[in-house]
Design a protein around this ligand. Structure first.
Ligand SMILES: N[C@@H](CCC(=O)N[C@@H](CS)C(=O)NCC(=O)O)C(=O)O
Length: 199
């Protein structure tokens, strides 16, 4: 088994999907969390200057979704057939498009709040309805078993619910899916033992 080192801030953020994949697959890794204050010093030492990164026996992977897809492929969570895999990727990208629209690093609190409110009030309902329609009466988003798309939904919806409690109340099927992921024993254990952070 390669030596895995995942580097990110002490946040769930863009690293949490990989932590779920490691937890579910019982793969050991180093969950290396850097202090925000140390970041300016570390940034220039990292190819492309952004985190998360995953070191795999010293090879540095960047981009959270490339890392997630790599781990999902290794662990059988990428989708069963090529078509399922494409659907899984599409759902992950759809959720990620929305999460990436939030101006997380905006310095002006007023501007930040305005865009956050707009996204949560005006954009989120359409996305949630689309996801709800896509899920329908299925147990998992794609195929007959859990994939990293289900994990990504759980991870991102946790952040969305922190930003706007009640956001998903009108979507019991999406809430049930979230709860199914949280109830997977390895995920439940990880959620219980992970460092508590707001984001
Ligand atoms: N699309 C990239 C985004 C990476 C990114 O923007 N990371 C942020 C933290 S979530 C970062 O490194 N911020 C510090 C900086 O840009 O200096 C991914 O998914 O990994």
């Amino acid at each position: 088994m390669p030596h895995y080192k995942l580097t990110y801030f002490n946040l769930r953020g863009r690293a949490e999907i990989s932590r779920y994949l490691f937890a579910y697959s019982s793969i050991e890794y180093e969950d290396y969390r850097i202090e925000q204050a140390d970041w300016p010093k570390i940034k220039p030492t990292i190819p492309f200057g952004k985190i998360p990164i995953l070191e795999v026996d010293g090879v540095i992977l960047h981009q959270s979704l490339a890392i997630g897809r790599y781990l999902a492929r290794k662990t059988g969570l990428a989708g069963e057939t090529p078509l399922d895999q494409a659907l899984v990727d599409a759902i992950v990208a759809t959720i990620d498009d929305f999460m990436s629209a939030f101006p997380w690093a905006e310095k002006s609190p007023d501007k930040k709040q305005k865009v956050f409110n707009d996204l949560l009030t005006n954009t989120a309902p359409g996305l949630l309805q689309d996801l709800d329609n896509f899920l329908g009466d299925k147990e998992w988003l794609v195929g007959k078993s859990v994939t990293w798309a289900d994990f990504y939904w759980e991870v991102c919806s946790t952040t969305l619910l922190y930003l706007k409690p009640g956001l998903i109340d009108d979507h019991p099927k999406l809430l049930a899916l979230k709860n199914r992921v949280k109830a997977l024993p390895a995920i439940a254990t990880w959620i219980q033992q992970r460092p508590e952070t707001t984001l």
